[in-house]
Design a protein around this ligand. Structure first.
Ligand code: NAD
Length: 406
């Protein structure tokens, strides 16, 4: 099948590479020419386990190409995925400007029947807007499909290749058949492909997020229940806000979700409050920060708890020496020269008055405590991810603060 994926970010690039891996001819489109240049030369601009290898193999075998030329890609493809960002608008709702701009551009380039698939996370009713936007530009026949994505960064390839289920919202049987064919290779192990109307598919994406957030009951699943300094990333924060906004538009006061949002924002300030309480004045202090990405195994820093923490430390006059295995390039774009980037987690500790642990990378879990103590000016740890037990840290001679524990 000939497929175009518009938007070559975490979702678009992973989807494009995985569809190519299952034998389709995929062209990935992005309007960021720099990103496309990197991909055309064989580079991968984001970090995601297994992605580089997958892109290299499929590029080499000619099934995966990259371009900025949307119109040509649309003309040559039977199925066109929209995988551009849906960032938060000022009022918290999902901003659809990228999705609708792409829909318009697709409409202008049509030369025959196309299946236009929305993979971006969008509020209920977006498929109708996409249909109207495309329809204003063309008299060619087309179907609109809603196919929300559930992958998580850090395990994106695995999630895409072996999904728990695939959700497909359709308006007509022709598009449904095509989507079933496309997803058949990924659901051989028995994962269901759930075909429904577009509005139900759009809502399923948000409700699934909420289900994870309330997984405090073993019968629902405890895997996400770790105390810490807040969730981040490009999806969960904005999707929760979009859901609150969507509820308020229908005059429903969604108190539980409002609390989720408020508590998460509060969690992000907790580590700094502990640092401040311990030291009083922070001017002239040096704080090592382990972890910048919003979670391990990604270089993504969107909404990362590291950002408000580091900004607060800098505003209070502290110096920051940070280490992250993958996110340093992204961090340079945010903090520039305002902080120091250390080549290893131990280097970050040199002369530090304290260590703040922000991201639970595996390599931070069993460090050499004696070496840490010898490098630091004072052995104080603020652990935002509860990697260690208070007893263990007392034994190792640290003053230790963690989240929700004495
Ligand atoms: P991203 O920001 O990493 O990538 C979006 C890409 O689209 C960028 O490369 C951007 O340059 C490109 N783009 C924007 N406008 C364009 C246009 N007019 N033409 C061509 N390209 C354009 O975003 P992402 O993380 O891949 O997320 C994409 C969507 O998928 C969002 O709606 C998000 O909520 C959803 N989603 C994300 C994840 C995740 O884990 N990141 C998981 C599931 C769903």
């Amino acid at each position: 099948m000939k497929i175009a994926v518009i938007g070559t970010g975490y979702v678009g690039l992973v989807a494009g590479a995985c569809f190519a891996e299952s034998g389709n001819d995929v062209i990935c489109i992005d309007n960021n020419a720099g990103k496309v240049r990197v991909l055309q030369k064989g580079g991968v601009p984001i970090y995601e386990p297994g992605l580089e290898e997958l892109v290299r193999r499929n590029r080499h075998e000619g099934r995966l190409t990259f371009s900025t030329a949307l119109a040509k890609a649309v003309r040559e493809s039977a199925v066109i995925f929209i995988a551009v960002g849906t960032p938060q608008d000022e009022d918290g709702s999902a901003d659809l400007k990228h999705v609708l701009r792409v829909a318009r551009d697709i409409g202008r380039s049509m030369n025959g029947y196309k299946v236009i698939v929305d993979k971006s996370t969008v509020p209920v009713g977006t498929a109708v807007k996409v249909r109207e936007t495309v329809g204003r530009e063309t008299t060619q026949p087309f179907s609109v499909v809603s196919n929300p994505e559930f992958l998580k960064q850090g395990a994106a390839i695995e999630d895409f290749m072996k999904p728990d289920r695939v959700v497909i919202g359709v308006e007509d049987p022709r598009a449904a058949e095509l989507m079933l064919e496309l997803y058949a290779p990924f659901t051989r192990t028995g994962a269901p492909i759930m075909v429904m109307d577009c509005a139900s598919a759009e809502l399923t994406k948000y409700v699934d997020h909420v289900r994870k957030a309330i997984g405090s009951d073993k019968r629902i699943g405890p895997s996400f229940l770790f105390p810490g300094i807040g969730y981040g990333g490009s999806c969960f924060p904005k999707d929760v806000q979009a859901m609150i906004r969507f509820a308020s538009d229908t005059n429903y006061d969604f108190k539980i979700l409002q609390s989720v949002e408020a508590v998460n924002l509060r969690q992000k300030t907790r580590l700094f409050a502990k640092v401040k309480r311990h030291f009083g004045r922070l001017k002239g202090k040096t704080v090592a920060v382990w972890g910048l990405a919003f979670k391990p195994k990604t270089d993504d820093m969107r909404e990362a708890p590291a950002i408000p923490l580091i900004e607060a430390l800098l505003a209070a006059g502290a110096r920051v020496q940070a280490y992250d295995p993958e996110a340093v390039t992204v961090a340079r774009g945010i903090f520039g020269k305002r902080i120091t980037y250390s080549p290893s987690n131990y280097d970050a500790l040199k002369g530090a008055d304290a260590l703040a642990i922000v991201t639970e990378w595996n390599e931070f879990r069993r460090p050499d405590f004696a070496r840490m103590r010898s490098l630091m000016r004072s052995p104080v740890i603020f652990d935002g991810r509860n990697l260690f037990t208070p007893e263990q840290m007392t034994q190792n001679g640290f003053t230790y603060y963690s989240i929700g524990r004495r």
